[in-house]
Design a protein around this ligand. Structure first.
Ligand code: NAP
Length: 286
């Protein structure tokens, strides 16, 4: 029941029409008997500042932020959590006195997702494919969680180089190195965890994969695709064909939402509730 005390949260982005976040938050509210409703808000390109200030004026309790505003929104916040500042992107706003505080729950979300699938980061040798917003955040997370080596491969090598310089600089060790997408020949001799953080293979381009050569997939023990639509990407299929374990990005989506919900409500969501929502998301994906 919506009544005078209902808290409103939502998602700002452009587009927002295909989001699954309302399922996460509204079902959590139902399950946990929280008087909170979550709605998507399509924000036009030149109206982000007005959207954030208007949300604050309307007493919106919290917001998620999606593409293309995760970095731009930093300008309009009262405070930014240190992890989000290091990543340079915010996907969750929490109302505080005088403005919103920005957090990044995408990366803690990915970390919880990896943990729940039994994937260890400390000491691991990891290939990250991509050098966009998601790959940058993934690289920060992996470096901070103790990866032994991160090999960053991207079509535009300069973008990968910039991330490597930045992360190596503040980590004080050369944990990230850069390779072109065709450079994996030199990686023979061990098995890697690969995290696919490019947009190649996203629906409707289901037949595309960032690398098609089978030799690459022979290097992997696990191929983790941040994409969740389609639920089995070509990258995942190629990983499995080469004998590796393949996982999609749906649990990352789940846990980033759950961590946002925890921040807004000052609670800890149980693993049972998280798995119930995960089941709903899988059903929604068909
Ligand atoms: P982005 O900033 O636009 O970066 C896109 C990346 O893909 C860049 O590295 C780009 O390479 C590469 N790329 C795009 N088209 C390419 C092509 N034809 N050939 C080679 N490389 C290509 O995007 P993002 O925000 O980082 O998102 C990346 C992926 O992560 C998306 O698929 C998104 O759905 C997914 N994601 C999932 C979650 C989740 O909750 N599961 C959360 C965030 C993101 P260049 O640098 O050379 O252009």
């Amino acid at each position: 029941m919506i009544n005078g005390r209902t808290k409103t949260c939502g998602l700002i982005g452009n587009p927002v029409e295909h989001t699954m976040s309302p399922t996460i938050h509204n079902r959590l509210s139902e399950m946990l008997h929280t008087n909170l409703v979550y709605v998507p808000f399509h924000v036009e390109k030149n109206l982000l500042q007005e959207a954030v200030e208007g949300a604050f004026a309307l007493n919106l309790w919290g917001l998620n932020v999606t593409v293309p505003y995760k970095s731009e929104v930093l300008t309009y916040l009262k405070e930014v959590d240190p992890l989000a500042a290091r990543i340079g992107a915010v996907n969750t706003l929490v109302k505080t006195e005088g403005g919103y505080k920005g957090y990044n729950t995408d990366m803690p979300g990915l970390f919880r997702a990896l943990e729940s699938d039994g994937i260890q980061i400390p000491g691991e040798h990891i290939i990250v494919l991509g050098a966009g917003g998601a790959a940058r955040a993934v690289t920060v997370l992996l470096a901070e969680k103790g990866a032994e080596e991160i090999i960053l491969c991207n079509r535009t090598i300069e973008k990968a180089g910039k991330i490597a310089d930045e992360v190596n600089g503040y980590m004080g060790r050369n944990v990230v190195r850069v390779l072109p997408l065709s450079g994996y020949e030199e990686l023979k001799g061990r098995k890697y965890l690969a995290i696919q953080a490019t947009s190649v293979g996203l629906h409707p381009n289901d037949q595309d994969a960032i690398i098609l050569d089978k030799d690459f997939y022979n290097l992997l023990h696990t191929g983790y695709d941040l994409i969740f639509n389609p639920s089995s990407t070509r990258f995942m299929k190629l990983t499995e064909e080469a004998g590796g374990r393949a996982i999609n990005g749906l649990k990352m989506l789940l846990y980033q939402g759950i961590i946002s919900y925890e921040l807004w409500n000052g609670i800890q969501v149980s693993q049972e509730s998280a798995m119930e929502i995960y089941k709903l998301l899988k059903e929604e994906m068909g």
